[in-house]
Design a protein around this ligand. Sequence first.
Ligand code: IPE
Ligand code: IPE
Ligand code: MG
Length: 247
Amino acid sequence: MASDLLQRIRISGDVPRHVAIIMDGNGRWARERSRPREFGHRAGMRAVRATVEAAQEAGVEFLTLFAFSQENWHRPQGEVTALMGLLELYVRREQRELKEKGVEVRVIGDLSRLGPRTRGALEGIVEHTRGGPKMRLTLAISYGSRTEMVHAARALAERVQNGTLVPAEIDEALFAASLYTGDMPDPDLLIRTSGELRISNFMLWQLAYTELHITPVLWPDFGPDHLYGAILDYQRRERRFGRVLAS
Ligand code: IPE
Ligand code: IPE
Ligand code: MG
């Protein structure tokens, strides 16, 4: 099935260069099974592994996964600890294979709030996979888009204050370059699982003209077929960027 879809993607047109995913629905998946939320997060980790592989197969250049939001710090302590533990486990387990496959891992978000172990593991995988030529996997952790923009504004203000920038030089390109995602293209396709019709403070600037694909599938059930279905859906869209296309 997955290989048929991949074949269809290849003949259908351009593969989105940058796919971003809001991985949602782990808790509901666990509740459907009368299990604790952590059980859903563990299953979600397996879906991450399969999705990263599938994206690479399809030729996606940038895959960005929303793994933990700034707002998620307000969840019960036990759940936060479990999520951090799983993150660490994922990183330690996948590091070698990601490196072998040429996947470069980056992390965006406010890492100062992470514990030293989790932070160390993340810094380790970033270091270990640096320069991987095949795909860039960006993990958004402790990430909030509004804070990201505030940080960018502050950095630009500091440059004005120290005399290396004048306000008139601040334009969209410079602002975009000052975000955590400064050296990446904007997402072409955003996927959100579990059917929620909202952005939840994710890449508000970067998503200005991104195609949205919302699926009811809960994240732990998401797999290559769903990713390829979303890419085929994207390939049927007409991206106009506010213009009128010649017919
Ligand atoms: C996504 O699943 C994982 C994180 C946000 C960390 P949720 O934990 O939000 O699952 P639901 O939305 O409660 O089902
Ligand atoms: C968004 O999911 C954050 C991640 C997937 C990491 P949430 O479950 O936290 O979002 P809301 O609360 O439904 O908006
Ligand atoms: Mg959720």
